[in-house]
Design a protein around this ligand. Sequence first.
Ligand SMILES: Nc1ncnc2c1ncn2[C@@H]1O[C@H](COP(=O)(O)OP(=O)(O)OP(=O)(O)O)[C@@H](O)[C@H]1O
Ligand SMILES: [Mg+2]
Length: 361
Amino acid sequence: MNTSVSIKDLSLNFGAVSVLKDLNLDINDGEFLVLLGSSGCGKSTLLNCIAGLLDASEGQIYIKGKNVTWEEPKDRGIGMVFQSYALYPQMTVEKNLSFGLKVAKIPQAEIDKRVARASEILQIQPLLKRKPAELSGGQRQRVAIGRALVRDVDVFLFDEPLSNLDAKLRSELRVEIKRLHQSLKNTMIYVTHDQIEALTLADRIAIMKSGIIQQLADPTTIYNKPRNLFVAGFIGSPSMNFLHGELTNAGGKTAFVSNGVTFSLDGYQTEQSLQPGRKVVLGVRPEHIKVNENIGAEVHEATVDIEEPMGADNLLWLKHAGHTMSVRIAGSRRFAPGTPVKLSFDMSLASLFDAASEDRI
Ligand SMILES: Nc1ncnc2c1ncn2[C@@H]1O[C@H](COP(=O)(O)OP(=O)(O)OP(=O)(O)O)[C@@H](O)[C@H]1O
Ligand SMILES: [Mg+2]
């Protein structure tokens, strides 16, 4: 596979503050890569370095094999879409779309063709004569995407393009961005702190913390095999259940013990040896705990504390041996607070982390 954008040993400092540290990232041609992380982790800084809006302190950036580290933004073959749409308020939608092309002295016939194509893809033809003030937030964001589209670029950069929109519009435009990628097949780099956007849009997600990529993988791997405790806790809502304890030996087999309760680890896959005595954290997602069904040999008694019916799903908060645990079950299954239940854990889908290093075992 060809590399579209390649970031090599990139560091960026604002004065004495180091925001990106020795960052390496290769993005494939046509890939949808999502940069995910909490506020201040350096997502926009990285995107702005790729765009050429910020100069790298150290390292290089290659786009389509060409070293663009010191190129002007306009010469990098990128189109950027911001959270604040940054449209020209005094210009019509049509002018907003064509203005950059006029400045670049593209022939009028070509401009007309590109504007027509972009407005068809984004379904904004009826809006071409309006000004931004006469558009809804979703329509404005569509025009902002259109402005990147007409530039005929190799790489699209999106910085939280949906975060100013209400929840319904956000999920609608999310689908449109996915459709756009499926039809254009351009490389897209998309910054968000919204894990649902990341999971639904990405071919691969790079999860960042304090300027360092914690894990780079496809959404399924990130969700099912988080590389460390940070990634495990960041993805998933409600969060993975974390039990602190240690490995032990039960009947000749390795098991996990926490608050005096032993859990079989049958089915847990790892290359590492599970030494008894090692301090670990067991992580289990709410949907990987069964309540009163398919109970295997090992039964854990618990009590329903709170029920949160969510329509399709029902979220139970349970008390189990001094832990509070969340469990996701079908919305049709209801449990009154105080009901005793039997739990079984699917260890083939669980995660174990070393308590000291916080890395996956
Ligand atoms: N011009 C600047 N001068 C000094 N520090 C800056 C500057 N721009 C950003 N920072 C700092 O760099 C860090 C990363 O900022 P960045 O904007 O990349 O975060 P982000 O991940 O995009 O966050 P958000 O989700 O809030 O947009 C932050 O701690 C921020 O305060
Ligand atoms: Mg940002």
